[in-house]
Design a protein around this ligand. Structure first.
Ligand SMILES: Cc1cc2nc3c(=O)[nH]c(=O)nc-3n(C[C@H](O)[C@H](O)[C@H](O)COP(=O)(O)OP(=O)(O)OC[C@H]3O[C@@H](n4cnc5c(N)ncnc54)[C@H](O)[C@@H]3O)c2cc1C
Length: 545
């Protein structure tokens, strides 16, 4: 009771302070709301996944013309419309959104009978056929002007035979689906591309490669293929059965027939310890020889080169996955929770040096701390750097952050295969070329590949593969700049005894393809033997036959 007057005395100023505090809080909330209202749409634009497929076609990527187009979207063969056509007329595009090809239509195949019916329909109406998976090849490899596109994505069952340790995969399945089928039974794929959204048929058709440098490219991990030729007959081909056809279809860009099924060899699922180290680009070949290839425990690897202006292509982070024995069961596959932060950082890197610096710092300093790996419970592995990851989890990577909503930019891939001692000179040339072009390098990574027993083989020995992910403006000027850069790099790679990968834009001459792929004439001779009426066509055939 004695204290009441005192408390009453203080209540006035206290109320006043409280009112001032709540006014300040309201003001801060209002400012935050305003910032959110103003910046929110920008944040959504720069960090959000695309709401629909991008349409950013400009005119400078030419359509192949030398081979006459068959059929015509303007002259539909109405006589026996089969009902198979999911799209009549119109155009198809690809992951670069720069290669728009007007087509007769698109058939979505759900069964072997659908594929056969589509081929019969094409023959009846004299239409070229192009087979398509997820359409990530970036130069019209999965389309032909006026032709019929056979979209295989709905043909996607995966059957695992645990005893034989094989998976029989319908060609339209993605590697994501394959991993989800093999992981629960403790198995894994021998190799696959480093992005899991691509179709198995589409990647066999380019002989893709990935993180498992010991397994080689896809060709060495395929037991057999079932391929439908233009006449509708299905052939089982392997290194023993019709080996000439097998060696042409793998890496054959859909020019021999439709791959229906792929029988893949499987390996044990394993746990790895992920390590990373930063090295100078000139030291990389030695580090690779001693610490990666020379260390039997290392099963997967890739390397990221700096894209920041201060250390451009000079600093490299080498990632290695070392096999470890663990008592605990291998954890279930986990999807990445959100791509927003990675997409925002990646997109900011498109805008200039500051963004590039931010991205490289995040990659170098932040990523190792936030990487979502399972920490080892095994005492021997409880080092500060220990980061455990399952083999399948390391490959379960959709890189969703590459997709964006920014209409002013698109991305184009390049890949060069270089003798080990020519990597550094090529990087020096690349650095110089980037200085004189507008295209912005968003990512440069190194993997390792070797010679394969197929006709269109991109590696004529042990090679470092250098993958460039470049951002360009979606304009004619952007296209011209990218074409010029590609020509310069193709030339430089060939001068240094290297080669280049064919699934991307075709800014190279027939002579250059011939130099990189000495069996090109044999490839087209096999094509004439198995597909004499050239039913299967695409931009590669049109430009380089
Ligand atoms: C973001 C990105 C990442 C990539 N990462 C890698 C990588 O890590 N390693 C690597 O080696 N490559 C990589 N690539 C290249 C990629 O492997 C090829 O572009 C591959 O062709 C994509 O598969 P797809 O299903 O999209 O094929 P599509 O683009 O649809 O088709 C490509 C070719 O395959 C043919 N084809 C497709 N399906 C069949 C079928 N069922 N039967 C016969 N022919 C068929 C088509 O006719 C065409 O010639 C990458 C490409 C992108 C865009």
């Amino acid at each position: 009771m004695a204290r009441r007057p005192q408390s009453t005395r203080h209540r006035g100023p206290a109320r006043h302070r409280q009112r001032r505090r709540s006014a300040r809080l309201t003001l801060v909330a209002l400012v935050l709301l305003l910032v959110l209202v103003l910046a929110g749409p920008q944040y959504a634009l720069w960090s959000g996944a695309p709401l629909s497929p991008k349409e950013c076609v400009v005119s400078a990527v030419p359509s192949p013309v030398p081979w006459p187009a068959t059929g015509s979207p303007a002259r539909p063969a109405a006589a026996s419309y089969t009902g198979l056509l999911e799209q009549r007329g119109g155009a198809v595009s690809d992951a670069s959104c720069l290669t728009r090809t007007p087509v007769f239509g698109v058939v979505r195949a759900r069964s072997v009978a659908d594929v056969r019916a589509a081929l019969a329909f094409a023959e009846e109406h004299d239409l070229a056929v192009s087979v398509a998976g997820t359409q990530h090849a970036m130069g019209g490899q999965a389309s032909y002007p006026g032709g019929l596109v056979l979209d295989m994505r709905a043909f996607s069952q995966v059957t695992v035979d645990e005893d034989r340790r094989t998976a029989t995969v319908q060609a339209g399945a993605t590697w994501h689906q394959v991993l989800e089928a093999v992981h629960p039974v403790g198995l894994s794929v021998s190799t696959m591309p480093s992005v899991d959204v691509l179709s198995v048929g589409g990647t066999v058709s380019v002989n893709a490669h990935g993180l498992d440098f010991r397994a080689g490219s896809l060709s060495s991990t395929i037991r057999a293929l079932r391929v439908m030729l233009a006449d509708g007959r299905v052939h089982r081909v392997s290194r023993e059965q019709q080996p000439d056809l097998f060696r042409a279809v793998v890496g054959g860009y859909g020019l021999f027939g439709v791959i229906l099924e792929v029988e893949l060899e499987l390996v044990d699922s394993e746990m790895y310890r992920l390590r990373s180290r930063v090295v100078d680009y000139r030291e990389f070949p030695d580090v690779f020889a001693s610490d990666i290839a020379g260390d039997d425990s290392v099963r997967l690897t890739y390397t990221h080169l700096s894209t920041a202006p201060t250390s451009l292509l000079r600093e490299a982070i080498v990632y290695s996955y070392e096999r470890v024995d663990v008592a605990e069961p291998i954890p279930a596959l986990r999807e990445r929770s959100s791509d927003r932060f990675s997409r925002l950082v990646f997109n900011l890197a498109r805008t200039g040096d500051l963004g590039q610096r931010l991205k490289w710092t995040a990659q170098r300093e932040l990523l190792p701390r936030v990487r979502g790996c399972v920490q080892a419970r095994n005492e021997a592995l409880r080092e500060a750097e220990a980061c455990m990851v399952a083999r399948n989890q390391a490959m379960y990577e959709s890189l969703g952050f590459l997709q964006n909503r920014l209409p002013q930019y698109t991305d184009v891939l390049h890949e060069y295969f270089l003798p080990h001692d020519q990597l550094a000179p090529f990087l020096d040339e690349l650095r110089a070329q980037l200085g004189t072009h507008d295209a912005r390098l968003l990512s440069a990574s190194i993997r390792s590949v070797d010679r394969e027993d197929i006709v269109l083989d991109y590696a004529q020995g042990e090679r470092f593969s250098l993958v460039l992910y470049l951002s360009q403006a979606t304009s004619d000027a952007g296209n011209a700049d990218m074409a010029d850069l590609t020509r310069a790099l193709v030339e430089s790679s060939l001068d240094l005894g290297g080669t280049f990968y064919l699934p991307y834009q075709q800014h190279y001459t027939r002579e250059q393809v011939q130099q990189a792929y000495p069996r090109l004439d044999e490839f087209f001779a096999i094509k004439r033997r198995y597909d004499p009426s050239a039913r299967f066509r695409n931009s590669f055939l049109a430009r380089y036959v």
